[in-house]
Design a protein around this ligand. Structure first.
Ligand SMILES: [Zn+2]
Length: 339
């Protein structure tokens, strides 16, 4: 089983948790706040295993009791992992854009009010907790305050300020940090990734080991190399070429990978998420160029970034993706047209 020692680069957060655990002062509610992919979920999972262990050895689960034996399978009856796509099990026609009461009621409130299946209490971990509707957040206040029996509720979020003050005041905040790019790069190399992948994955993920790994494994790093070539051409006044089609295909490939991982995800939503990712990488490209260019080129790069920001604004609307990309290509060509 994973121990806290296996969590990479989050010493302060781990120290805070281990000290509270050691002093028997772990609150019912915890907020793990920090960027995606820096270890919040792994830490919650590790703490959950420790919390449910029948004979913990200090800050390590024993690895031998009934609870520890079933825990690594992911099917522990008292460990509840809650995420927005669960709504599609309850009501398949609903879009899983936020975490509504339709998820919180059956997956948190109801099991929280029942006796645990084994005898060490219950753990609930809520992914992207800031996406909970205010109704969903309000519905869990009582459970956070006075849970039925021994319980631990961990909210994972990259935007803790978006949670209601009433939720925040009932939980202890644990902050997880982005890691230095250099540190992510060397950890990736240590795990056997090729040097170029390690470097590019570390830069693209902005200091998140988990994201860097998924970017490499899911082909985002390789696709970004292609994207860079196209942007170099655009920058040289060669027009946008097949950029709109390329972006659409890259976003579709991204969605296909996400559906392999989670078959409850929505293809349309994942395509839009993929597109948002590649647009973000495009604006990163122009931003990096901005820092090393002459005044004349600066205006073009700023114009490029503005065009991308406008396209990003349309992604979550109902506007057709093809139209968004065509409009973006027209604007980019105008900005980078050679006189
Ligand atoms: Zn155990």
């Amino acid at each position: 089983m994973t121990g806290f020692i296996d969590i990479f680069g989050q010493d302060r957060a781990i120290d805070q948790i281990v000290r509270a655990w050691g002093a028997d002062r772990l609150p019912h509610g915890l907020i793990f706040a920090g960027p995606t992919g820096v270890g919040k979920k792994l830490t919650a999972n590790t703490l959950g295993g420790l919390f449910l262990c029948e004979k913990p050895q200090g800050d390590r689960a024993c690895g031998k009791c009934d609870s520890c034996r079933v825990y690594p399978s992911g099917n522990h009856p008292d460990y509840h992992y809650i995420y927005r796509q669960l709504v599609r099990i309850e009501k398949s026609e609903l879009k899983a854009r936020d975490l509504s009461i339709d998820v919180i009621r059956p997956y948190l409130l109801e099991p929280a009010s029942r006796k645990p299946a084994m005898n060490r209490g219950k753990v609930f971990v809520i992914e992207e907790a800031d996406l909970m509707s205010s109704g969903a957040q309000n519905s869990m206040l009582k459970t956070l305050e006075e849970p039925f029996g021994r319980a631990l509720i961990i909210l994972l979020t990259n935007a803790p300020d978006s949670l209601l003050p009433t939720i925040r005041s009932r939980c202890q905040l644990v902050r997880f940090m982005s890691l230095p790019v250099e540190k992510v790069k060397s950890e990736l190399a240590r795990r056997g990734y090729a040097a170029q992948d390690a470097l590019e994955g570390a830069v693209l993920s902005e200091g998140s080991l988990g994201r860097a790994i998924s970017f490499i494994d899911q082909g985002v790093v390789a696709a970004t190399r292609e994207l860079r070539k196209r942007l170099d051409g655009l920058n040289a006044g060669q027009g946008s070429g097949d950029l709109p089609d390329w972006l659409r295909e890259a976003a579709k490939a991204y969605a296909a990978k996400q559906l392999e991982i989670d078959d409850k995800a929505s293809e349309d939503q994942m395509t839009r998420e993929g597109l948002a990712l590649y647009l973000k990488l495009m604006s990163q490209y122009f931003r990096r160029r901005l820092t090393m260019c002459e005044a004349a080129a600066m205006e073009a790069f700023c114009g490029g970034i503005d065009a991308i920001v406008q396209a990003e604004g349309f992604i979550d609307s109902n506007v057709n993706i093809v139209l968004i990309l065509q409009a973006l290509a027209v604007r980019l060509e105008r900005v980078f047209r050679v006189a």
